[in-house]
Design a protein around this ligand. Structure first.
Ligand SMILES: Nc1ncnc2c1ncn2[C@@H]1O[C@H](COP(=O)(O)OP(=O)(O)OP(=O)(O)O)[C@@H](O)[C@H]1O
Ligand SMILES: [Mg+2]
Length: 661
């Protein structure tokens, strides 16, 4: 649980409650023995309850124990806010056990004053949230009104009936922050949850861990009972205790279960009460009954909001931020977690814009690490924990996704080919990832398209770096196995994927021969340019030149030149006959030679072979505007400078050697 720390200026000078002081004194020994003061002081300074001079006094002590003792002495001279801030710091710097010792000494927030405070929170709201252990806003906070409203609306939908609201989304997208924000609403609390709010940070738990959570919750709810009972001994007992407490003592209250990983955990809270859950797993409530509502939190902030976070951290106007700020926000697709982690680092090292941008681009997630109120210390930790949760089979399937191209929505069929499975089987596997916010799905009527968030893909490629080549090879082999010598046709939903990315996979697999065979094939070029035009192919020739130019670059250059010069004809209807175009290339060109082979093989099609290419200066202008249908006849003029042709499209075309028709 996390308690609001500073209470505002007027309280500053008041002494700490006697009860709170006693808790500090009582637990002094345990505190002095264990705590390292530096991070704790960072937090207390940012809560404005400790001064830099006081920090210096602590630092001057020689041993860890002496520093801890000095810090506690200083806190003892202070007020209630300092106690809360110290408690919060312990909680979030890894001293949960010590924080638990101080929990009962937390001073109550004075209530009764309903005047709006700075951020629009009434003191009633403050009290309810403080008592319920709802986390504070992060130090730097930007509003996301639509999402906050969506959560509130779902809470209204619960009405007075028991039920579940699940707020779900990928790692670090802001579920916890938004959920806490939605509760900062006087009307909502007063009208719908007059019994209060009880926030439990659940996290990934085993049975023993869950029992401790339940015991803590029960003892918190029983707090002011005169006859304090012993802690429940097992989950069943705790569940019963909780049910009675919720029913008798806290009717019409809201239970918030933050960060739920397993649906079995929910059974312990399945007590006919109203529950708000945050989870990366959308289907976590599948195992419990009752009314269910859900809110999806999109993975990224709008660009401006991302910049706002950075500007608040580094204390600059948005317009004054360096260019790297834009790149940072773009690179992480607006992930609030990444932006905040980097923002906090930049606050300490304001000259490191370029450095952190590079770390992010180079996927050095481990270096993007900052101790904060967020549960995981580094970005890779936040993401890997979701993957670790998968069972082994699924881990392998998820690993296979490491080679998906960035920003591309992949149709199910591609993965059916990759895994050699039926559509339904593939959809089931992928749904598991979607539910766990490890993958995103776009539905368009009956067809599903899947894609990974950039951060997930970066994380996967980094994690499986040594296996990428093998994974690329696998998808190419699966493609070959499926299509054999055929080529994908536009009526298949996976068709575009292969035309766009087959070469990318071959290059990733370093399959030189396959890549050459593919990219130097007139059939492939024809099919691909008819679908997407020549630009992408030209780009691929450049991109993969080092693989294609095994011995020398001539062949690749021939094809590249061919596409560049004929670009204005290719990809446009009526599609030209690519073999005819190839025949117009210089005889030394590999394109010409291939075209000639094709022309010789094809029976029943009429092609023109240029006899005088060598004598022409501007060979690049030697193009043929095609007939729209079969050509029936062609002949040279007497001076051999002109050709006329006619065909089924009922046109007669006249060609002047070296000029367009
Ligand atoms: N609205 C916001 N304004 C500023 N920072 C935010 C905001 N939302 C989230 N953040 C930053 O992102 C971090 C992660 O947010 P949060 O803990 O809410 O993510 P989460 O979705 O609950 O992640 P997880 O799945 O790991 O529980 C926060 O610690 C905070 O630094
Ligand atoms: Mg969370």
């Amino acid at each position: 649980m996390f308690y609001p720390a500073p209470e505002g200026g007027s309280n500053r000078k008041r002494n700490m409650d006697v009860k709170s002081r006693n808790y500090l004194l009582m637990n002094r020994q345990a505190l002095e023995k264990d705590i390292k003061t530096s991070y704790i002081m960072d937090r207390m300074i940012s809560d404005e309850v400790l001064t830099l001079q006081e920090e210096e006094r602590v630092k001057q002590q020689n041993t860890q124990k002496e520093r801890a003792a000095m810090l506690i002495n200083i806190i003892l001279t202070k007020d209630n806010n300092s106690y809360r801030s110290f408690y919060n710091a312990l909680l979030h710097e890894g001293y949960r056990d010590l924080a638990a010792l101080l929990q009962d000494g937390i001073p109550a927030v004075s209530s009764g004053n309903r005047k709006s405070s700075m951020d629009g929170m009434t003191s009633y709201v403050k009290t309810v949230l403080c008592e319920g252990g709802v986390p504070q806003r992060p130090v730097v906070f930007v509003t996301r009104p639509k999402l906050v409203d969506a959560i509130k609306k779902k809470l209204y939908c619960l009405g007075s009936d028991p039920g579940w609201v699940t707020v779900y989304g990928m790692a670090g997208c802001g579920k916890t922050v938004l959920t806490a924000e939605a509760l900062r609403d006087h009307q909502l609390l007063e009208d719908y949850f007059p019994g209060g709010v009880h926030w439990i940070s659940v996290g990934k738990q085993d049975k023993a861990g869950l029992l401790i959570k339940l015991q803590n919750l029960c003892s918190r709810l029983e707090h002011d009972l005169t006859l304090s009972q012993r802690s429940p001994l097992n989950i069943e007992e705790a569940k019963d205790r909780l049910r009675l407490l919720m029913l008798r003592k806290y009717p019409r209250s809201l239970l918030v279960l933050d960060d739920i990983w397993d649906s079995w955990v929910l059974k312990a809270f399945d007590n006919q009460c109203q529950v708000l859950i945050t989870s990366r797993d959308r289907s976590v409530t599948d195992a419990v009954a009752g009314n269910k509502f859900e809110v999806h939190v999109e993975s990224g902030l709008a660009h401006e909001k991302g910049l706002e976070i950075l500007s608040l951290f580094v204390n600059m106007k948005i317009s004054e931020l360096p260019e790297q700020a834009n790149s940072l926000v773009r690179e992480c697709k607006g992930s609030p977690l990444v932006i905040s982690l980097i923002g906090a680092l930049l606050r300490d090292f304001p000259s490191r814009w370029e450095y952190y941008l590079r770390q992010l681009q180079n996927k050095q997630f481990k270096r993007i690490r900052k101790s904060s109120s967020y549960d995981y210390e580094a970005l890779d930790e936040a993401m890997s924990i979701s993957v670790e949760q998968l069972n082994d089979n699924y881990k392998d399937y998820y690993r296979d996704l490491s080679i998906l191209p960035k920003d591309v929505k992949v149709p199910t069929k591609v993965l059916c080919i990759l895994w050699d499975m039926e559509t339904e089987e593939v959809e089931d596997i992928l749904q598991e990832f979607v539910n766990k916010s490890l993958l995103f799905c776009d539905r368009n009527g009956k067809s599903f398209h899947y894609y990974l968030h950039d951060l997930q893909l970066d994380f996967l490629t980094e994690k499986n770096r040594n296996q990428l080549q093998e994974l690329h090879r696998n998808i190419v082999n699966q493609y070959k196995k499926y299509y054999k010598l055929k080529m994908p046709v536009p009526s298949q939903e996976d068709c575009m994927y292969w035309y766009n990315f087959l070469a990318y996979h071959m290059a990733g697999a370093n399959m030189q021969q396959e890549l050459r065979d593919l990219m130097f094939s007139l059939d492939w070029i024809k099919a691909k340019t008819e679908l997407v035009g020549p630009a992408h192919l030209i780009h691929e020739y450049v991109e993969y030149s080092s693989i294609l130019d095994q011995k020398d670059s001539t062949v690749r250059e021939n094809f590249q030149e061919f596409l560049s010069l004929n670009g204005h004809l290719l990809g446009r209807q009526p599609f030209p006959d690519i073999i005819q175009l190839g025949l117009c290339q210089p005889e030394t060109s590999e394109v010409y030679q291939q075209a000639k082979l094709h022309a010789q093989r094809e029976t029943g099609t009429f092609y023109l072979e240029w006899m005088n290419k060598k004598s022409l200066k501007n060979l690049y202008r030697l193009v043929v505007r095609p007939h729209r249908d079969a050509v029936y006849h062609a002949c040279f003029s007497k001076d051999r400078q002109r050709i006329a042709s006619c065909g089924a499209d009922k046109t007669l075309q006249k060609y002047i050697c070296g000029e367009n028709p």
